[in-house]
Design a protein around this ligand. Sequence first.
Ligand code: SF4
Length: 434
Amino acid sequence: MNKTPKKRIFIKSYGCQMNVYDSNRIKNLFEPKGYSETGDLTKADLIVLNTCHIREKAVEKVYSDIGRIKKIKKNKHKLVIAGCVAQAEGKEIKKRASSVDYIVGPQSYHKLPSMIENNNSFINNDFLQNEKFKKLLFKSSNTVSEFVSIQEGCDKFCSFCVVPYTRGSEFSRPINEIKEEIKKYIDNGIKEVVLLGQNVNAYYDDSQSGKHADLAYLINKISEFDNIERIRYMTSHPNDMTNSLIEAHGKNFKLMPFLHLPIQSGSDKILKKMNRKHNVKKYYKIIDKLKSWRPDIALSSDFIVGFPEETNEDFDQTMKFVNNVNFAIAYSFMFSSRPGTPASKFKKVDLSIKKARLSALQSLLKEQQKNYNKSFVNSALETLFDRKGRHKDQYIGRSIYNQSVFVNSVSNLIGKKLNVKIVRSTDFALEGEL
Ligand code: SF4
């Protein structure tokens, strides 16, 4: 009998959840070809680096990983560079790294198996979103929570961002296709879906005869699945926070009371230079409306400090804004200039100033997160458990507000949704008792 030889694939994902999703799809594409995943790259026949282009450091990391792999790479190994660095710097990678065998962008990775089989194309960075999703396979190895990509690309062109160039223009998948994918995950036991998109709330589907199918409509359709108990979405843009989506937070109790809504700066002058197309007042208005529908909603955001021409006064406005909003969690980064973006040509802020501002902002955000977590001590919090902890009998789950909750239990809690009494909080997590 002709047996397919067993081969191994090693995949490393850099950056965002969308890349994690894409890496899972790449793995699924190679499974019918006899590949199984390995965590040991020396044992892999196929090594895939699924890269991120959002910050300069992330790109340098890819080149240093390529260098490390070159030292152990033998003839049988095939090295693939996928993701946004492949899209933006395909030709440059080919020039700089002769050990790379294939280069494939985020909208054409479904072609990778045939590229390898036919050995006929080394760089593929076409924008083939529509074709891609029709060719992908969706097999979950998770049993509790799963990412689902519903939208890709961006038309906003913030002056610092590479996404519109690497992921292409905004593209939304039809509702029926998304529901079919979720059904497959439900068969595996999934109870929670996290809807992903670079601009997830720009989602629309115009194939729904006469209905305005936006993200709120999609969320309501997904909640009709009895087995899906929780829905989250990320990442949103303030300009696409429609009234229907805000209302869904009050009306649909499967939609979790957590929103990651990047603002990037608390200064209108800087927001304008960033080409964000919204101001601080608009952001406050959105929060007010959200809180009128869901008073307990947990808010999260992203900040860039030291954006070109950011003065002390602009930075003070960001600090004031953070103090006013009081975030449950937020992420902050120093401005990182990306080649080809308008902001790469703006006048830069000194590194020492950027560092000092980042440190001040991060201390404030850390304090807010710590206090937020502390406010749950001695109360009960609904938690969905999705994994084992590092210690014996330890389980980790997510609260409805997206915090990590640790408990001890002799019985298996994975997949269980339980009310947990919070007994202790740390800066980044909660400890509870059943
Ligand atoms: S909205 Fe987000 S993805 Fe789009 S350009 Fe701005 S930062 Fe990048």
